[in-house]
Design a binder for this molecule. Structure first.
Ligand SMILES: [Zn+2]
Length: 478
């Protein structure tokens, strides 16, 4: 198979516009060619695809959807819209009641009494001496370790950060049980309001799934006096955070799941998952600012959802791939990955029958860190998938922001931790709109999205048609 030119692939554009094209992989056995049709040419194709992308984005990132807050009715409406799109494309529903939307229960827990931090022989109380947004367990404990940049953190340690530690240091603390940081000046100035507004919900469990081990440390923000007292204690001092958790509200979140059956029955246990997350941060006001309270999440991750819808259009409309392809849009990624957690515990196909998951996140504009027209793949060096897709023309390179640990920061990690080769495609260039109300449609670069999606068509079609299976590189499986 020849490498595709590293320019905008016209074949892919035609496929995206007409819903069909000759397969570059030679066609799947047993399929009939779509009826001949004069495809629109050049600019017409590009503008049709752009128009569809813009239409989806206008809806998903609209103020009308209130930022698709995790577990909100707005998220549910977004899920329903996506299900309707997949239905119109002829994708087979795999959600509840013969439809695409899959409801997931989320049990929330609160503290019966304020959580207490014990450090040596002293005790401190939540919302007085410290803030905590979520606890990994009813008791979280560790031995005190003073953070020193460049020195590895002991697994299960209670790490205290010096006052001036940059937030980027957090990426090296994933093995810690507890992380203690000093409140910023802004937080200190706002302490009364922050403690008054602190959520009563401290822990969640996805209903119907096994309790999962904590995916990161429990992070405490200390007031100045508490920080000063604990940082003066010796390394090795015992710290523990005790929370008497009691069940409270049971809430819901929504996934969207659909499938294209492959043409080859012998490949039915070789599913390819194409995924994105459909939720974002919803409506919130930070520090009393009410000028714009809607976190539209145009780039994060309406852009990925649109990519999955448009890839579904091509795969459903063109020669059917040999392997089954599952389209999965997850709810509540932003609030703990609940939708994906449910999916991997209650998969619509057994996890052992999945050859790869490709998540699409934040392709709404180019990343200046990589060459124009290029996307990057989180954990590129961990498996054969990135190089395999690149060899089939995907303009995919290594993630240029390894310090951000993006491989662990999207739904793909839920699959990867269960052994499935799973990565995220992105072109997020660390722009200032990340997780801000200004992540809006007006900042989306539609031609970039068009080229990004078009560039994935043939590589994804190859993945869904080949007999090759991507695998982890020795020692690189998470
Ligand atoms: Zn995201």
């Amino acid at each position: 198979m020849s490498r595709l030119p590293r320019t905008l692939c016209v074949v892919c554009l035609i496929a995206l516009v007409t819903g069909g094209c000759a397969s570059r992989t030679g066609g799947a056995p047993g399929t009939t060619a779509p009826p001949p049709q004069a495809p629109p040419t050049g600019e017409a194709e590009a503008s049709l695809l752009e128009r569809r992308i813009a239409a989806h984005m206008r809806f998903l990132a609209s103020d009308a959807l209130n930022g698709r807050g995790s577990g909100t009715r707005d998220e549910w409406i977004a899920a329903t819209y996506i299900g309707a799109q997949l239905a119109a494309l002829g994708v087979e529903p795999m959600g509840d009641d013969g439809w695409f939307v899959q409801e997931v229960g989320v049990q929330r827990f609160k503290a019966a009494t304020p959580p207490v931090l014990t450090a040596g022989d002293r005790t401190y109380t939540r919302n007085t001496a410290f803030l905590v947004g979520a606890v990994a367990a009813a008791r979280v404990s560790g031995s005190l370790q003073h953070f020193v940049a460049g020195t590895p953190v002991s697994s299960g340690a209670a790490v205290i950060l010096p006052a001036d530690t940059p937030m980027t240091a957090m990426s090296s603390l994933s093995g810690a049980a507890l992380v203690l940081r000093k409140a910023t000046a802004a937080q200190a100035g706002n302490w009364a309001q922050l403690t008054a507004q602190a959520s009563e919900w401290l822990s969640t469990q996805v209903v119907g799934t096994l309790p999962s081990p904590p995916s990161g440390p429990t992070v405490l923000t200390l007031d100045a006096a508490t920080h000063e007292a604990i940082i003066a204690m010796a390394d090795g001092t015992s710290l523990r955070l005790d929370t008497e958790l009691v069940a409270g509200d049971r809430t819901r979140t929504w996934n969207v799941v659909g499938r294209l059956t492959g043409t080859d029955p012998s490949a039915s246990a070789e599913a390819v998952i194409l995924s994105a997350h459909l939720d974002h941060l919803g409506v919130r006001s930070v520090g009393g600012d009410v000028s714009d309270t809607i976190y539209n999440g145009a780039d994060d991750d309406a852009s990925g959802v649109v990519a999955v819808i448009e890839l579904a259009r091509v795969l459903a409309g063109g020669p059917r791939p040999r392997r089954p392809v599952v389209f999965a849009l997850f709810g509540s990624e932003e609030s703990g990955g609940f939708g994906a957690r449910y999916f991997v515990d209650r998969p619509v196909v057994p996890l052992t029958d999945i050859v790869a998951d490709l998540q699409v996140e934040m392709i709404g504009r180019p990343d200046p860190k990589v060459p124009a027209g290029t996307l990057w793949l989180t954990g590129y060096e961990r498996s054969t998938l990135g190089p395999q897709l690149a060899a089939r023309g995907a303009r995919l390179v290594q993630d240029p922001h390894p310090d951000q640990r993006f491989f662990e920061r999207s739904d793909n990690i839920r699959f990867a931790r269960r052994g499935v080769v799973a990565h995220t495609v992105s072109s997020f260039g660390l722009h200032g709109e990340y997780h801000q109300p200004s992540d809006e449609f007006r900042h989306v670069n539609i031609p970039h999205m068009r080229d990004a999606i078009a560039s994935l068509v043939e590589p994804v079609r190859w993945l869904a048609t080949t007999t090759e299976k991507p695998s982890w590189i020795e020692g690189k499986k998470p």
